[in-house]
Design a protein around this ligand. Sequence first.
Ligand code: NAD
Length: 323
Amino acid sequence: MVLATSHRNIREKMKIVVTGGAGFIGSAFINHLLDNFECDVLCVDKLTYAGSRMNIKHNVSFLQKDICDVTSDELGEFDYIVHFAAESHVDNSIKNGLPFVRTNVEGTFNLLEISRKNKNLKKFIHISTDEVYGDMDEHFAINHTATETNEIKPSSYYSATKAASDMLVISANRTYGLPYLITRTCNNFGEHQFEEKFLPTITRSIKQGKPIPIYGDGKQVREWMYVYDNVKVICDLMFDGEIINRVMNIGTGFRVTNLDIIKTIGSILNQDVRIEHVEDRLGHDKKYGLNSKQMKFYYLSKDKTIEFKNLYDYLEEHYGNEK
Ligand code: NAD
């Protein structure tokens, strides 16, 4: 079940800068925000291979620019900045880590420098990932899930640059008093995910009757969340003044192996699945898992229930009629 959307609220004086707003999660955030609130949105996006303005269904101000090069004059005064822009595909970071260092570290640094001088700023919302905690299988006991105070132990240039950007945000708070929220989210699924990612790749291959390339034994465990559930939580936390200067895990507890997902999509599409085991990804993490008790406690404390769309229900809804 999808979370009920709140009634439309007027935030007319609010200006919200959204970086990476043409990407998968950033565009869902803008769509959710403007479906439910009235506010001015400035989307800053370089429009790399991963971004498309078509993902945004509302009219927003748009600055097509690299976050490393944007200036305070271009952003003006703003109330919130929600920072999604990143190089986000682990395999690309193995081939060439430099763009990850530039966008994820240098880009975040530039935004922090602009934001900390901004008098109106209520919160810098930095979108991070469960991958910064590293491999739950390798470093911790069975069934361990990462709490927000868990050691940071990234395994790839992608997760290392995300972890570095988290540290920059926290240090900007300590040194300059920058108000912030870091969200660490599990794997998202949903509309407009770029075709290089796991779910679009395997679904395409199954439909085309091609063998499905799977890293190693395919038993890697990932946690999954519907993208519009994630952005709803981000939006709730953003507007809550009590949620400040902290890290919050955003997860569902729905953890499955990659192999299970492939078999499920095959059975939903009623297609035989031919698995082709390929050499494992370098440094591949076996398991991610988030402890999201803080998030659940947040909703309980507001007397709100929270229920997330299940990955398998979503796949059935989308592909069930293609049998
Ligand atoms: P995405 O790759 O779909 O989109 C990234 C967007 O950022 C694109 O629109 C791209 O054009 C833009 N961008 C990239 N480099 C830029 C730069 N230098 N300057 C300006 N814009 C730039 O990514 P996503 O999957 O939507 O992820 C968004 C954020 O969420 C990332 O920070 C990622 O680390 C984090 N995250 C994603 C997932 C997931 O499952 N997709 C899970 C956890 C965390």
